[in-house]
Design a protein around this ligand. Structure first.
Ligand code: PXL
Length: 279
């Protein structure tokens, strides 16, 4: 069985970061080892959340794992609360990485042209250095614009997306994928670029006109979970885009009208069925 180390916060209530990564990746048949960076009462879109920084535990925990000679097939990082945490994560990656480890970085820090409340431009620049040591990165357009010092556009064409992908390549990651890319009316999806093969990949599915929190974490968890099932990065991105859209669709049709996260619990069986098609 493949084993992933995922490094992100625990938002106890809120359906994002580790409370999404752990159930989704486990359900895909991959062992999920968690390295919590902080514990929050909720994600940061709630008012009045509490935070306990756990950064001082990260090195002692991973040193213990090192002594146990644990190997990780992938290291997947998500929302990281501080620049110091990013430095610690970079050390941990360098320490555990082998030539068979996939380093997957989701620089979760903003959306819709804005950084999340806790972050500024120095934080975005630090996240760009983490992306530089990754095998694959999956920023959205907002995150890519902040990390590359580019203009954020709501309305754009394929040349803008290709230009952002080329600028992301300069950060150093081997495969770069931009999420939330809409190149046709009523469609959205992902565009990737393999820097070795110099090949682009575009996948568009139906755009559902509702935004929910934590969907980026669902997308990333499913992508790396699928890659650990031996599926190519391109097909993994497609599976993740379809699963995320399907889950949003199920959620918006829930009469209870959930607002702080999506009903991924309801769609896990569909994800498992989809994976079976690739075996
Ligand atoms: O879903 C990304 C995320 C993860 N963790 C925390 C967050 C957010 C987004 O706002 O606040 C604590």
């Amino acid at each position: 069985m493949k084993r992933i180390m995922t490094i992100q916060d625990i938002s106890c209530l809120g359906k994002c970061s580790l409370t999404v990564a752990l159930p989704l990746i486990s359900s895909m048949g991959v062992e999920t080892v968690i390295l919590p960076t902080a514990m929050l009462s909720t994600h940061t879109m709630f008012q009045g959340f509490t935070v306990k920084d756990l950064e001082d535990q990260m090195i002692p925990i991973t040193e213990h794992w090192k002594k146990e000679k644990v190997h990780f097939d992938a290291i997947y990082t998500g929302y990281l609360g501080t620049e110091k945490e990013i430095d610690t994560v970079k050390k941990i990656i360098e320490d555990f990485r082998t030539e068979n480890t996939v380093v997957f970085v989701d620089p979760a820090m903003g959306d819709n042209g804005r950084l999340y409340p806790a972050f500024d431009e120095n934080y975005a620049a630090k996240n760009a250095t983490l992306c530089g040591i990754a095998d694959i990165i999956v920023p959205n357009i907002t995150e890519a614009a902040f990390m590359t010092g580019s203009e954020y556009k709501e309305v754009y064409d394929i040349d803008y997306i290709k230009d952002l992908l080329k600028k992301l390549e300069l950060l150093g990651a081997k495969t770069v994928a931009l999420t939330g890319v809409s190149l046709e009316d009523g469609k959205t999806g992902v565009m990737g670029y393999d820097t070795f093969k110099q090949e682009y990949f575009l996948y568009q599915n139906t755009r559902i006109p509702t935004a929910y929190h934590g969907t980026g974490d669902i997308f990333s968890s499913v992508t790396i979970g699928a890659m650990m099932n031996g599926i190519s990065w391109k097909d993994s991105l497609k599976i993740a885009a379809d699963y995320t859209a399907h889950t949003i669709d199920i959620t918006r049709n829930n009469p209870a009208d959930p607002w702080y996260g999506v009903d991924f619990e309801a769609t896990i069986p569909d994800l498992i069925d989809e994976l079976k098609k690739y075996r």
